[in-house]
Design a protein around this ligand. Structure first.
Ligand code: GLN
Length: 486
């Protein structure tokens, strides 16, 4: 059996019943990584020995017929922005190249307690700034569906690793679309939870009021399973919400009769790929076939979302990235004349061009004289965008949109034009500004064989409903079972 092809729930069921040894599972994935990594380039660091070590422990428990933790032996990949104790956490940046955290992020502690194994840390855009993973200081991750195309970003390594069956599932982070967009480009399920649903403790901060950690998986059931493990209040993150975590898997009833699906009129934009548009229309028809009803809704401030995001996110980033000064941790320039020179050279040599651009934009937006005109105004527009969703959700239970206006693009296609790159998150960014959850599910392929993503957006803390809708959609279609030919 090709164990690396299986989903988390399939592996879990086999391991729990004692039908497959966790050691065999891990070894199968390690062989797969060995075969694929040259082409895909998904990982910054691999941790095979620790994974096999834990798998052996679970194998012994299996032999003694002891009760295993729920995800015992399930191998995952972790975006390199999530702190892992004793394992390098680089954010794909030179400035953190040698950083080894002395502690685990809360999500890691929770995955460990559930028995999940880490295979390694995945490549990303430097500090999660980007939409193609081309901003990594280390390598180019390729899209498993077409090696000439980007995997999306910033969680491109995680998405590619899942799509290429190099792990059973992965964690990513999403500040403006970085879980959902690469999920869409790589044809997998990918969920950004409500702001506050998952602890950010140990997530290296990009824009603290927008960042969330979430799962990237082969199907929606797997996303429900991982979310259940990582979600919930954490005293170590004061922005994590004290809201009960439902049993998401039990909520996958397949029943969406009478559910109101909101279609925002503002999301039909010029420049949208016609193949994406028709796949989304077809997906809406499938949902109607399952008994859902269409409801026209309006999100009138959508036009301002990208501009607002690039003020709020860069402002927060400029402040969060101040800590990389060559003193506290990470890279320090080997040549400097005095303290200020050391700071400047460290940052000049340690950060890549996109990170520098963001720090400059954010510093400018926060500077005296411009704060009111830019940052403060952006906060006000953010409130209007949030109110748009509150109003829309009075008329519907979920909102569906494309995840991105185009499928995966070619390497280099948008690198010279940052604004074009920024626009690829046009449908995902509002969700972060409003704090609402959003889920990508594969809804077909272009004629040239690239996946197309459908985004299902939910009310705050109602991940249960978007998971149910996306799962019902998966049951009625077979897109999620397609695999790239590698
Ligand atoms: N692409 C967006 C950006 O560059 C979003 C990134 C993210 O969600 N981390 O900021």
């Amino acid at each position: 059996m090709e164990l690396h092809r299986l989903t988390i729930h399939e592996l879990r069921d086999l391991i729990q019943k004692g039908e497959v040894s966790p050691v065999r599972v891990v070894q199968d994935f390690l062989v797969r990584i060995g075969q694929m990594e040259d082409q895909i380039q998904a990982f910054n660091t691999l941790t095979p020995r620790t994974a096999v070590g834990f798998a052996k422990k679970f194998e012994e428990m299996q032999a003694r017929r002891e009760k295993l933790p729920p995800l015992a032996g399930v191998p995952l990949a972790i975006k390199d922005v999530i702190c892992t104790k004793g394992v390098a956490t680089t954010c794909s940046s030179r400035i953190l190249e040698n950083y080894v955290p002395p502690y685990n992020a809360t999500v890691m502690a929770r995955l460990n307690a559930a028995g999940a194994l880490m295979l390694g840390k995945t490549n990303m855009d430097e500090f999660a700034m980007g939409s193609s993973t081309e901003n990594s200081a280390f390598k180019k991750t390729r899209n498993p569906w077409n090696l000439g195309c980007v995997p999306g970003g910033s969680s491109g390594g995680s998405a590619a690793a899942v799509a290429a069956d190099m792990c059973a599932g992965a964690l990513g982070s999403d500040t403006g679309g970085s879980i959902r967009q690469p999920g869409g480009f790589c044809g997998i399920a990918a969920l950004k939870p409500t702001y506050g649903r998952v602890s950010r403790y140990g997530l290296v901060a990009f824009a603290s009021s927008l960042d969330q950690i979430g799962p990237l998986t082969k199907d929606v059931r797997d996303a429900a399973i991982l979310l259940k493990v990582i979600a919930g209040h954490d005293p170590l993150d004061s922005t994590s919400a004290n809201v009960p975590v439902p049993d998401y898997e039990a909520g996958l009833t397949g029943d969406i009769k009478g559910l109101r699906v909101g279609i925002p009129s503002e999301y039909s934009i010029p420049g949208m790929d016609p193949e994406v548009e028709s796949a989304i229309h077809e997906a809406i028809r499938v949902l109607e076939g399952l008994g859902a009803v269409q409801e026209k809704v309006s999100l009138p401030h959508t036009d301002y979302a990208v501009a607002t995001y690039y003020l709020v996110a860069t402002a927060e980033a400029s402040s969060n990235l101040e800590r990389y000064d060559g003193v506290k941790y990470g890279y320090r320039t080997p040549r400097s004349e005095h303290l200020i020179d050391m700071y400047m050279k460290t940052r000049r040599e340690g950060f890549g061009p996109e990170v520098k651009r963001r720090i400059m934009l954010g510093t400018y937006a926060l500077s005296a004289g411009y704060y009111d005109a830019y940052y403060l105004k952006a906060l006000k527009v953010r409130t209007l965008i949030r109110q748009d969703f509150t109003e829309a959700f009075k008329r519907c239970d979920v909102i569906v949109t494309p995840t991105s206006p185009t499928p995966a693009f070619k390497f280099g296609e948008k690198t010279d034009d940052p604004l074009q790159m920024y626009l690829s998150d046009i449908f995902t960014i509002s969700g972060n500004l409003a704090g609402v959850p959003g889920l990508n599910v594969n809804c077909g392929f272009t004629k040239s064989g690239l996946p197309i993503g459908l985004q299902v957006i939910g009310k705050p803390f109602d991940e249960e409903t978007i998971l149910r809708v996306a799962h019902a959609y998966e049951q009625a279609t077979s897109w999620h079972r397609e695999r790239p030919r590698l």
